[in-house]
Design a protein around this ligand. Sequence first.
Ligand SMILES: NC(=O)c1ccc[n+]([C@@H]2O[C@H](COP(=O)([O-])OP(=O)(O)OC[C@H]3O[C@@H](n4cnc5c(N)ncnc54)[C@H](O)[C@@H]3O)[C@@H](O)[C@H]2O)c1
Length: 356
Amino acid sequence: MLKIGILGLGEGRSTISAVLNSKKVQLKTMCDLSEETCKQRAKEFDFHSYTTSYEEMLNDKEIDIIAIYTPDHLHAQHIKQALLHDKHVICTKPFIDNLKDANELLELARKTGKKVFVGQSSRFFEPAKRQRKDFEEGILGDLITIEAHYHADHRWFLEKPWALDASFKWLYGGLSHPVDFIRWYLPNIEEVMGYGMLSSNGKAGGLKNEDTMHFIFKATDGRIARVSGVYTSPTQPTYRDSGMSTILRCTEGASQADYHELRYAVTDRTGEDKIITWGDATLKYYYRFEGQSHHAGEYQNYIEYFADSIEQGFTAYPDMKEGIGTFALLQAMDRSLKTGIPVKVKSLLEENQVEL
Ligand SMILES: NC(=O)c1ccc[n+]([C@@H]2O[C@H](COP(=O)([O-])OP(=O)(O)OC[C@H]3O[C@@H](n4cnc5c(N)ncnc54)[C@H](O)[C@@H]3O)[C@@H](O)[C@H]2O)c1
């Protein structure tokens, strides 16, 4: 069995649960700068191999995969260290926070031959998997347009010390999920434009950057798409309006995957329409902790997929190139907010001399 070390034990909590419940991977060590957090997780999971030193975990030759859940601005450095110690890497979203780091990481992965996978968890949630399967089986025809949103009352998140830093942006922290969906179905987004604002609730909470944003995208073949993100205000009842949702409008059908509710609606090429929900066993698999803390099941799905990719020698997606492409698009969105004009993704890649 492949052995894993987990770095960052806030969201890393879901990964601990995912790995401890998996028959494909084994937890070797967990690591957090905060000893208190390590102790809390050790007690919670009755798993007692932990360290506060990333270097010590990296020096453990038995560990095959490092899974990274540290704050966004540390991802590039932590991926680099893992590759330099000859480890395969899973890094949570957003993959990096500056395109300047892209070439060094691409080169290191090439040199070491190690696999790097981006933990875009939402792709691995049940309704998203079903939507993708239906789309790939062709029951909807060809994609015309895609719409995705992620709207959440994330005022609780403002208690995290890094949430109020000038470097923290919901554009990357939140919109990376629906933007990943756009690129999953329309990989060749060429240009984006959008508007954003910091809401009065966001200002009062101490946020420094936009918490309310709407964007439209154009692909190289002329198809268009849109996303929106709203993060500091109450939301609609979830039985009416999912917090995160993706709609595919296609030549012969349409589908909508609603995330937190485990709900999927589809009209197929025969004209039949249906709404699918999932039962208790699936709910228990995804919702392992209190409240809406639901990522453990998604992480278990992607960690097992990544383990298969190592053992069977295929590429697990999103891989590093795809993750960097999505990050370049997020940066283009950021620039469009600043300038008020459409921005080409290519210009960001060229400025940083990144070739994907
Ligand atoms: N669905 C998802 O994929 C999803 C959901 C939530 C968070 N995330 C991502 O997970 C990452 C962490 O978010 P979070 O909410 O857990 O934040 P957090 O602040 O709660 O936890 C981060 C942890 O990293 C530790 N840490 C910081 N620097 C470290 C270092 N140098 N070495 C070891 N440990 C260090 C901190 O002590 C803390 O415990 C972010 O990138 C976030 O975007 C992804």
